[in-house]
Design a protein around this ligand. Structure first.
Ligand code: 3PY
Ligand code: MG
Length: 256
């Protein structure tokens, strides 16, 4: 059961974070925070597929839903993350509808796409679900969310077409890359940025799909919720550790 999908369908707002350290101690510890999901980052972190597979297992053992961010737009990058058992696949830096159609082809089994079939970690090597092949294909097509990022001007300019691609479950807005691509790096209060998010949210919601966005602090969360974002991926584990320890150091220094 994909608990993040369930919450999204109920109109609740699941909360996630990017997991960059690849540390299994950190993944396990995050299971005690109330976070709904973590995004195991194969794009910007040193994390590779073997680490990802252990992080997915530790999410399952610790009550979190495992999402993965693909290293790149390729069949192998997509398939390996799906086969180790991520329940949401974020794909960075897509530019065109055709790339999104390829992603659907690699990620969804027939009749939606042409995902290659193998038993793997995701299904207990064929011993977990007790389903026929046909039912297993349907199960994973329903359960696993395919979520390309809208973070390039090219994707933004064609967001209505992209959002309509059958087989995509939602869109993830990467505010940093999107603002850079729109020529307003980091200017999240500008009209250009706010109107861009509005347009993306409308295009995606018009298709009955959902929008996740990264936020680095509570003000950005409020802005995102006001703009209709359905879920927040809040910060990155190293940044949260730094913030928490900085505050501790400041506070301890004040104690006489
Ligand atoms: C971005 O902001 O560019 C992302 O990919 C998410 O943090
Ligand atoms: Mg990005």
């Amino acid at each position: 059961m994909n608990k993040v999908k369930e919450k999204l369908l109920k109109g609740e707002r699941p909360i996630g974070t990017f997991e960059e350290t690849g540390s299994q101690y950190v993944v396990e510890a995050l299971g005690y925070t109330g976070l709904d999901y973590i995004i195991i980052d194969n794009e910007h972190a040193p994390t590779d597929i073997e680490t990802s597979s252990i992080s997915v297992k530790n999410c399952e053992l610790n009550g979190m839903t495992a999402f993965g961010r693909a290293r790149e737009i390729s069949r192998s990058a997509v398939l390996k993350l799906l086969d180790v058992g991520v329940q949401g696949l974020i794909v960075p830096y897509v530019k065109t509808k055709e790339e999104c159609e390829k992603l659907v082809g690699w990620s969804k089994y027939p009749p939606i796409g042409e995902r290659g079939f193998s038993t793997s970690r995701k299904d207990g090597f064929g011993y977990k679900l007790g389903l026929s092949v046909a039912d297993e294909m349907k199960y994973y097509n329903d359960e696993v969310l395919l979520i390309p990022q809208c973070e390039t001007k090219d994707a933004f300019d064609h967001i209505e077409e992209i959002a309509a691609v059958k087989g995509l479950d939602g869109i993830f807005i990467g505010p940093y890359d999107l603002s850079i691509s729109l020529g307003i790096p980091g200017d999240f209060d500008s009209d250009v940025f706010v109107n861009a998010v509005r347009r993306i949210v409308k295009a995606v919601h018009d298709q009955g799909k959902f929008v996740i966005m990264f936020a680095g602090n509570n003000d950005r969360v409020k802005q995102a919720y006001d703009l209709g974002i359905d879920s927040i991926a809040y910060s990155l584990d190293p940044a949260v550790i730094i913030e928490a320890y900085k505050k501790i150091v400041d506070d301890v220094k004040k104690i006489k």
